[in-house]
Design a protein around this ligand. Structure first.
Ligand code: FMN
Length: 289
């Protein structure tokens, strides 16, 4: 049996499947046939989703997870834009755990986010244990202290030389500043990486897929926005992403599957602060052609 079969009693031979996916379907002399296999089908499920008669069965996919969309899956545009504009990066959270079923729901929604070539290789680590979170935070600070010390040394060596580019000088200065800021914050008992958030969600993917970074960022954004509908707020943590990529003690702690890398990290929790106004941001410079 092929990957896809068409129930001929239901099929109206409309050919929408062949229009959408000429690789796995064909329509000739008003007869539609399916020939989906591993060479032609990316498991996108569009054929099943589009078929007006519900005549298509995909044998490699869970057919019970194709649910009627109905006509209420839209939002009032201005309300949706207000929702987007009201999102803020939160760094102060209530001392309140996020229930497991809520986290499961938030991880589950990520499976419906798009991935390049429908690769679906995004995975997540949810760190809720305060000791684990502290350890990952400490390792990240250690990493930036090391990087900062190296940068300070380089800046010293660069002094008086005109050969260095402004960009590399700036990078060194940023790293040196990070070192000072993070180490001072940690010494004061503050968590400058995860802000003691009740959940840290680490998105990783196999690096040898088409778009691993995009896939993970889209998943983490999907999760973060969904979380807002549940009274949770989230913040991207690029500092940890960098440490996870570049500092072996962090990658050892994460125990990622072979070939995987961290591409997006988000903290989440119930916010302590309520933002009362939207904030100003630069307009997107656009060239209309
Ligand atoms: C990719 C990315 C990485 C970020 N990394 C950090 C981080 O490591 N620590 C942090 O406190 N905020 C981090 N942020 C949050 C930004 O500082 C924040 O989005 C920006 O200041 C704008 O504020 P807003 O999100 O409230 O609009 C990150 C944001 C993005 C998009």
């Amino acid at each position: 049996m092929g990957w896809v079969t068409i129930d001929k009693d239901k099929c109206s031979e409309c050919g929408i499947c062949a229009l959408r996916c000429p690789f796995s379907f064909s329509k000739q002399d008003s007869v539609v046939t399916a020939h989906a296999d591993e060479n032609s089908c990316s498991l996108c499920g569009h054929c099943v989703s589009l078929c007006p008669e519900g005549a298509i069965v995909h044998h490699k996919m869970d057919m019970s997870n194709f649910v009627e969309i109905g006509d209420n899956a839209t939002f009032e545009t201005d309300a949706f834009i207000r929702f987007i504009r009201a999102r803020r990066s939160h760094r102060h959270f209530k001392d309140k755990d996020i229930p497991r079923e809520i986290l499961e729901k938030l991880i589950d929604v990520c499976r419906y986010a798009p991935t390049g070539g429908n690769a679906q290789t995004v995975r997540a680590i949810v760190a809720q244990n305060p000791k684990k979170r502290q350890k990952l935070s400490d390792l990240t600070v250690d990493f930036f202290i090391q990087m900062g010390e190296g940068a300070e040394k380089t800046l010293e060596e660069m002094k008086g030389r005109e050969t260095e580019s402004i960009a590399s000088l700036e990078t060194m200065q940023i790293l040196a500043n990070y070192k000072n800021r993070l180490s001072m914050a940690r010494a004061a008992g503050y968590d400058p990486v995860f802000y003691k958030a009740p959940a840290v969600v680490i998105f990783h993917s196999h690096s040898q897929t088409r778009t691993p970074k995009d896939d993970c960022v889209i998943a983490s954004t999907t999760m973060s926005l969904t979380a807002r509908t549940m009274g949770l707020e989230a913040t991207y943590i690029g500092l940890f992403e960098m440490a996870a990529k570049m500092y072996q003690p962090v990658s050892e702690e994460l125990k990622l599957p072979p070939g995987h890398e961290v591409y997006s990290v988000v903290i989440m929790g119930y916010p302590k602060l309520a933002y009362l106004r939207t904030v100003d941001r630069n307009p997107i410079k656009t060239r209309w052609e």
